[in-house]
Design a protein around this ligand. Sequence first.
Ligand code: PDD
Length: 286
Amino acid sequence: MRTVYVNGDYLPETEATVSIFDRGFLMADGVYEVTSVLRGKLIDFDGHAKRLERSLSELDMKSPLDRDALLEIHRELVRANEIDEGLVYLQITRGSDGDRDFVFPDPATTDPTVVLFTQSKPGLAQSPSANTGLKIVSIDDLRWGRRDIKTVQLLYPSMGKMMAKAEGADDAWMVEDGQVTEGTSNNAYIVKDGRIITRGLSHEILHGITRAAVLRFAREAQMEVEERPFTIAEAQAADEAFVTSASAFVTPVVEIDGVRLGDGTPGPVAGRLREIYLDESLKAAI
Ligand code: PDD
């Protein structure tokens, strides 16, 4: 049985509880982070800790734990649950004042709820989709306008995955005003004539921690990077495509709305970026 963390306590998962009045439960009033673990170490921990701070501050919440305290909890859970490859999920909500009200409770009297748990995923770095590539369908982006805040409002992304599955695909890319925003749980890229193209940062997409690292490594390797939106038609005509996230690292895309990209197999740029990302991130893992 897993050991999880709830508000200062390490508990068996069956003994961990949160109030039915918690605003995360009633209003999706909370933020989260997912940090990957490879060889028992945390990948990009500082990036995730910084984005968490930003998400909280955008929602007028104070971080109940500083970076070092968070790191300690992550490490303790990885140790207690013997995670070699997997994920650490962290969620902080505005807590519960024992009732339901649209107005935020007074932070002086209502503490946030902090929950962390691990997911063991042996083989995460050797996922089969890295070799086969993903089939993507496009769907309208019907999410709220502040996608740069990593909130737990994941109903539409979750519906998007189901829409993809219903069509025999692996995932969906969301489209707004004719242009791709991002994947349901990842950032989206195309490659044309060796140039890596991905939407620039704004309120419209999550500022992926993996995205930041991959673009840095790409530039360091003298690859050309262009940050701008692209359409599904442009993606279908691209040489290759891929997605990035803390759980997928760099994963190739081989088909978009039934159209195969190139020869329909994972492309060399995605392959190379995945290799560089895994190598470099492992070196810097803590
Ligand atoms: N999802 N865009 C969206 C909408 C996401 O949900 C995610 C991450 C990303 C990639 O961000 P990062 O590289 O920091 O993981 C982009 C996580 C993995 C999840 O919800 O499980």
